[in-house]
Design a protein around this ligand. Structure first.
Ligand code: ADP
Length: 257
């Protein structure tokens, strides 16, 4: 086999092939390591609520019949922890699904009404006002719509969780790309944490985030989706003065002409 290969290819071609194989292997290794890390992070994160549930079940078995105060506390805690687990598993599944779809199901659409509709839908559940500014009524961009909406929901949901004020969304069109900014005037993110907020399962303030029902997965999912559109996401924030997340997507969906 080697002989045939050598007979039909020049030295340069062979070394190029070797380099390509090398790159493929490195990529595979990296993605395997990432997956391994992800599985261990996710199971670690699921273990905590499970341990809490397990201990409350034991307490219930022992005291549940005689102590109504313990009964109530246990039911509340089991309820809260199982909703957290449900949310976490849903997020993990979405992350896995998004990978498959974005590549194959990107279409050219006007994103302005999509952003409008998403804001309108969320506004019902928000006590904050969400304002939208867009100079253009039509900006056509290649996206996988459900994933794009998911990114908006993640950013708006965070703006809601970490601020008490109005939220502003702005769409800006550039020659080859479009930016969507989500701005809040909340707690903001300390400088040293800014590089980590897009990491899986990272939370700036664990107690505060736990109270707000966070999983530390939202922004890592958003980043992954945006990158699969060949775009990028960035954050500007001064602690105590809110945060602005900007998603920039190429209008051609990353398809090079
Ligand atoms: P979570 O589910 O904890 O919100 P994310 O990945 O969406 O997870 O966000 C990671 C962390 O980044 C959050 O726990 C929070 O500390 C911080 N964060 C995200 N968005 C904002 C925001 N708009 N304002 C302040 N902090 C934020």
């Amino acid at each position: 086999f080697e002989k045939i290969l050598i007979a039909h290819h020049t030295k340069d071609e062979l070394s190029e092939m070797a380099m390509t194989f090398n790159r493929m292997i490195t990529r595979l290794e990296k993605s395997y390591l990432k997956q391994e890390q992800f599985v261990s992070d996710a199971s670690h994160e699921l273990k905590t609520p499970l341990t809490v549930i397990d201990s409350y079940v034991k307490i219930l078995k022992r005291w549940g019949k005689e102590r109504p105060d313990i009964l109530e506390e246990a039911i509340d805690s089991i309820g809260a922890e199982s909703s957290r687990m449900k949310y976490l598993t849903e997020q993990l599944l979405l992350l896995a699904k998004a990978e498959e779809c974005i590549e194959n199901e990107k279409y050219k659409v006007n994103i302005v009404p999509i952003v409008e509709k998403t804001i309108h839908r969320l506004q019902q559940a928000f006590k904050h006002e969400i304002y939208l500014k867009s100079e253009q009524r039509e900006i056509h961009t290649y996206i996988h719509e459900p994933s794009f909406v998911q990114v908006l929901v993640i950013l708006l949901d965070n703006a809601k969780k970490y601020s008490d004020d109005d939220i502003k969304v702005e769409i800006k069109e550039w020659e080859e790309s479009v930016s969507i900014m989500v701005m809040d005037k909340g707690a903001g993110i300390p400088f040293e944490a800014q590089a980590h907020v897009f990491d899986r399962l990272y939370r700036v303030d664990k107690t505060r985030s736990r109270k707000t029902g966070g999983s530390g997965l939202g922004l890592s999912i958003a980043k992954r989706i945006v990158e699969q559109h060949d775009g990028y996401i960035n954050l500007e924030s001064v602690e105590g003065h809110g945060a602005t997340f900007t998603v920039t997507l190429p209008k051609n969906g990353g398809v090079t002409r």
